[in-house]
Ligand binder design. Structure first.
Ligand code: SAM
Length: 264
């Protein structure tokens, strides 16, 4: 069967992937040549040679990023909850002869808490705002990160930053309403017709949440995209008094002993 027919059989596509023979998977994408135009702005921040790198692509969709990273030599675990996209990913990787470099697996981001592996690069684009438990996901990824994370989320149109005080006095809570205070808007119903969009953070909210989970932002090469590294000098909240909460939320046993050891 010719390639065009196979593309049609795998519709609908969210990734417009330019295949080696010149055909494309989603030429009429509502965002244009997506996500190619994003990759063009990000790619210089990623090492050209990823040989020996263990990469995790979360919400891999049809595998655009997994393929670009595998082309640079990485071994990629590409996860998504949607089997339709995973099928596209397996097929697309084959078109590039990269099926031996990318393992596609149906998984929720939270399932990673049950796995021992760590990753040199975590690719976490376009998923955060779809999660009902976004900080739990970031705390889990903090445990999985060996180095770098590329993070992207839908965000509020406000790029203001501020220094976050160590403490906010009980009667000084109006500061929490300032424009640059870390915040996330909750979407009770739908955003852009999509009921899976739950949260839209502002820029300072993204920086602060990443920092609270042990990630330091080193670059923002693209609107809404953050390059972060795991920074051991930043205490992630689960190394402190919150550890028992993390254990409980990820289905692991916790005890009074853990509570006492990590008391605030
Ligand atoms: C907006 S798309 C982003 C695709 C790709 N990462 C990108 O940036 O182009 C969101 C993807 O994340 C997947 N997804 C949503 N929630 C997820 C979850 N809890 N765990 C794993 N994948 C998820 C969806 O099935 C979809 O493929």
């Amino acid at each position: 069967m010719d390639i065009q027919k196979q593309i049609e059989q795998l519709e609908p596509w969210f990734h417009n992937i330019h295949l080696p023979d010149g055909t494309v998977t989603a030429p009429n994408h509502f965002l244009g040549d997506f996500p190619g135009f994003k990759w063009e702005k990000i790619q210089a921040e990623i090492p050209q040679d990823l040989k020996g790198w263990n990469v995790l692509d979360i919400g891999c969709n049809a595998g655009f990023y997994a393929i670009e990273l595998a082309k640079r030599g990485a071994e990629v675990l590409a996860i998504d909850l949607d089997e339709h996209y995973l099928k596209q990913g397996r097929w697309t990787a084959k078109q590039f002869g990269l099926e031996h470099k990318i393992k596609f697996k149906q998984m929720q981001v939270y399932d990673l808490a049950q796995q021992p592996e760590k990753y040199d690069l975590i690719w976490f684009m376009g998923v955060f705002y779809h999660l009902r438990y976004p900080l739990l996901a970031l705390d889990i990824l903090s445990q999985k990160a060996n180095g770098m994370m590329v993070f992207q989320t839908l965000s509020l149109p406000n790029s203001e930053e501020q220094d976050i005080p160590e403490d906010v006095a009980f009667h000084d809570r109006e500061i929490l309403q300032s424009k640059s205070w870390p915040s996330m808007s909750f979407i009770e119903h739908k955003l852009a017709g999509d009921p899976t969009n739950w949260w839209v953070p502002n820029h300072q909210g993204i920086l602060s949440m990443l920092s609270s989970c042990g990630f330091r932002v080193t670059a923002t090469p693209e609107d809404e995209t953050y390059i972060a590294i795991k920074d051991k000098t930043l205490q992630s909240s689960m190394e402190t008094w919150n550890y028992s909460e993390f254990l409980s939320a990820t289905g692991k046993p916790w005890s009074e002993e853990v509570l006492l050891k990590t008391k605030k």
